[in-house]
Design a protein around this ligand. Structure first.
Ligand SMILES: Nc1ncnc2c1ncn2[C@@H]1O[C@H](COP(=O)(O)OP(=O)(O)OP(=O)(O)O)[C@@H](O)[C@H]1O
Length: 634
């Protein structure tokens, strides 16, 4: 009978390519057996694997069984390159597979393999939409093999979370998993020392051991999000004094003048008061309660208020939701970071600027960096379309070796030459013209913008040109799945922030494929080149036709880091044509150089965070205390 495991006689050494051939051959042999027989075979292989976890023959059989289940559920079998990618991940590698090559299906192979050991396999993705989508769509494959699947979401109760983590395979965002780990640390309490008993102590943890994590969109989860540690806030400080201070600082900073009273450090996103500014602050009238603050605290509050007013922009860095709360927008994903708050009074300063109720400033109870959270896993693997450029960082930080998997079919994605304009208005006009040309030929267009604010600017230009479009950004995340599902229809125009730039699979109608596929217009270069490559990777997937173009301007957010004086100077030097267009061959380099500089700075910032974390971990280890709990008196 086909559904009986037969060890493969001669196995090693085997190349990943040969593994692909063997797995496919074996999975085709399993085509005749019933679903029940396949499930029984999966169970029997699983028990044997627990006895002999290192057996390559059993791993191949597991892959063949998963490949067979994929064919039954989706109607197609995995490609040889997907099996190669899955094999590398099951061996603890980080795999670069081009955008649209089918990484979600590929992940089933290593996830089912490691999920077989009954110790939990965590599939960490970049956002809730992807986690839920993948758990729903991939669930039937795991269930056919007798493996349980769960998904952790932000709004879940502890009991539901515990159930999800007790499944063989658990989907969720990297952040949510990190926060669950921290909440478990708080429940456990410090391992030694006279610490204050935490809230919820003695409750059961929700997570089990950290056995295997497979990180999807690995560069976003492990690098971009790793610049800020995950923090759980403790009990708030007294709020009345805070409120007085923030309101006073906000009204004071309105009377201060840039350059004379304060200097903005655009690169560091900070503001410093000059001597004249300090004098002006000291002389500003204060209410009785504001007089209680020492002068240094007043300076610092005014500087924070100035940052809130001049550096942080509504609808780019944050939105104000219907409940009148400030919600931070993650610049690399374009999504709201629910529950996240800026520290050191900045959140309150933004609330004062927006005339909202000032929330209490919280203290920190527990924290962990993304780096040290994922280094806890016994086995770590990952996949993304953009890994090779950060290969060294992955190796150094996570001890992850990166390998690149070729595409199944040659890519038919074509880059159209970049266009650069003198200002945002000229750029938006050109975007509207190009969109009009594309929709006339029956092609859908995806216009990627870096912020809610920028997407509304483009939207206004399209409306003016009479173009109908759908808008997707952090304030409209409830209609995300609907908009993405329609984005591949003929002549459909979608304007989206980075939310649609990663992971989204825009499926094309047949007529669209013959018209030339999806056209992506990237309206700015992002602070990271990887994010740009992800956005243009929405076109030309799975060997489909597709094109993309960068349309930039000297008003772009990326160039703000150069400072307003330098931008004004560049504009004076520029020689635009009658439509405001510049010679891209000369100007594109400016964008690429600025981007490279920011990437270097971000890399350094992550390295520094890891260094300081490593030091404090070593100190905690020497003292035998839990390094994630802040109330421990170090
Ligand atoms: N073996 C296969 N045969 C046919 N279609 C496939 C196969 N594998 C995946 N696909 C399809 O390819 C499309 C792209 O898949 P998916 O979104 O997983 O790509 P991806 O590599 O994760 O892309 P991205 O990097 O943009 O997230 C999906 O519609 C999926 O159903």
């Amino acid at each position: 009978m086909t559904a009986v495991y037969q060890p493969i006689a001669r196995l090693l050494p085997l190349s990943a390519r040969a593994v692909g051939t063997i797995v496919l051959r074996r999975s085709r042999e399993l085509a005749d057996c019933s679903d029940t027989e396949l499930g029984d075979l999966a169970r029997s292989v699983r028990w044997q694997l627990r006895e002999r976890p290192g057996s390559s023959s059993l791993r191949i059989e597991t892959f063949a069984v998963v490949a067979s289940a994929i064919r039954r559920v989706f109607g197609f079998e995995p490609y040889g390159v997907q099996i190669r990618g899955g094999w590398q991940m099951s061996s603890g590698r980080l795999v670069e597979m081009q955008t649209g090559e089918g990484k979600t299906i590929t992940a089933l192979l290593p996830a089912a393999f490691h999920g077989s050991f009954g110790r939990g396999c965590h599939v960490a993705t970049a956002n809730d939409y992807l986690a839920e989508r993948d758990a729903d769509e991939m669930g039937p494959v795991f269930r056919m093999l007798g493996l349980s699947v769960g998904c952790v979401r932000e709004d879940m109760s502890d009991d539901d979370r515990r159930t999800a983590y007790h499944c063989d395979v658990t989907y969720g965002t990297g952040k949510e998993m990190g926060f669950d780990f921290l909440r478990d640390c708080l429940k456990r309490g410090p391992q030694s020392g006279d610490a204050i008993a935490p809230i919820g102590v003695n409750e059961l943890p929700v997570q089990r051991e950290h056995y295997f994590a497979l990180v999807d969109e690995a560069d976003s989860v492990l690098l971009d999000e790793a610049r800020t540690p995950l923090v759980i806030a403790g009990p708030p400080d007294d709020n009345r004094t805070e409120e007085t201070l923030r309101h006073w600082a906000d009204s004071t900073c309105r009377n201060l003048e840039p350059q004379r009273d304060f200097v903005i450090e655009a690169k560091k996103r900070s503001v410093e008061l000059t001597d004249a500014g300090c004098r002006r602050v000291t002389l500003t009238a204060r209410s009785a309660s504001a007089r209680l603050f020492p002068v240094e605290q007043l300076f610092s509050a005014v500087e924070t208020a100035l940052v809130a007013r001049h550096v942080f922009v509504r609808d780019r860095d944050y939105i104000v939701n219907e409940q009148g709360e400030v919600e931070i927008i993650d610049l690399s994903t374009g999504r709201r970071r629910v529950g996240s708050r800026w520290q050191e009074g900045l959140h309150q300063a933004v609330e004062a600027k927006e005339k909202l109720v000032i929330s209490a400033d919280s203290t920190t109870s527990a924290r962990v960096t993304i780096q040290s959270y994922f280094r806890r896993y016994r086995h770590l693997a990952g996949m993304t379309g953009t890994a090779m450029s950060a290969k060294l960082e992955f190796q150094k930080t996570y001890r992850l070796r990166t390998c690149s998997i070729p595409t199944h079919r040659p890519s038919r994605r074509v880059a159209r030459p970049t266009r650069v304009f003198i200002d945002a208005a000229a750029k938006c006009r050109a975007i509207a013209d190009e969109t009009q040309t594309m929709i006339e030929s029956g092609r859908p267009v995806l216009i990627g913008t870096p912020s809610v604010e920028a997407s509304e600017l483009v939207a206004a230009a399209l409306s003016e040109a009479g173009i109908v479009f759908s808008l997707l950004h952090a304030r409209r995340d409830d209609v995300e799945a609907e908009i993405v599902a329609a984005a591949g229809q003929a002549s459909r125009v979608t304007v989206a922030t980075n939310m649609a730039g990663r992971g989204t699979d825009i499926r094309l109608e047949d007529s669209v494929k013959s018209a030339g596929g999806l056209h992506v217009i990237a309206t700015e270069r992002h602070a990271s080149g990887r994010v740009d490559r992800q956005l243009v990777g929405r076109a030309g997937r799975q060997g489909d036709p597709g094109t993309f173009r960068f349309v930039l301007s000297l008003d772009d957010e990326l160039l703000h880091r150069l400072g307003s004086a330098r931008i004004a100077q560049l504009k004076r030097m520029a020689r635009p044509d009658a439509h405001g267009e510049l010679r891209a061959d000369r100007w594109e380099k400016l964008f690429l150089r600025t981007q490279a500089r920011i990437e270097r700075r971000d890399r350094k910032q992550r390295a520094m965070l890891l260094k300081s974390e490593t030091k404090s971990l070593a100190a905690c280890e020497r003292m035998g205390i839990d390094p994630n709990l802040e109330w421990c008196d170090l």
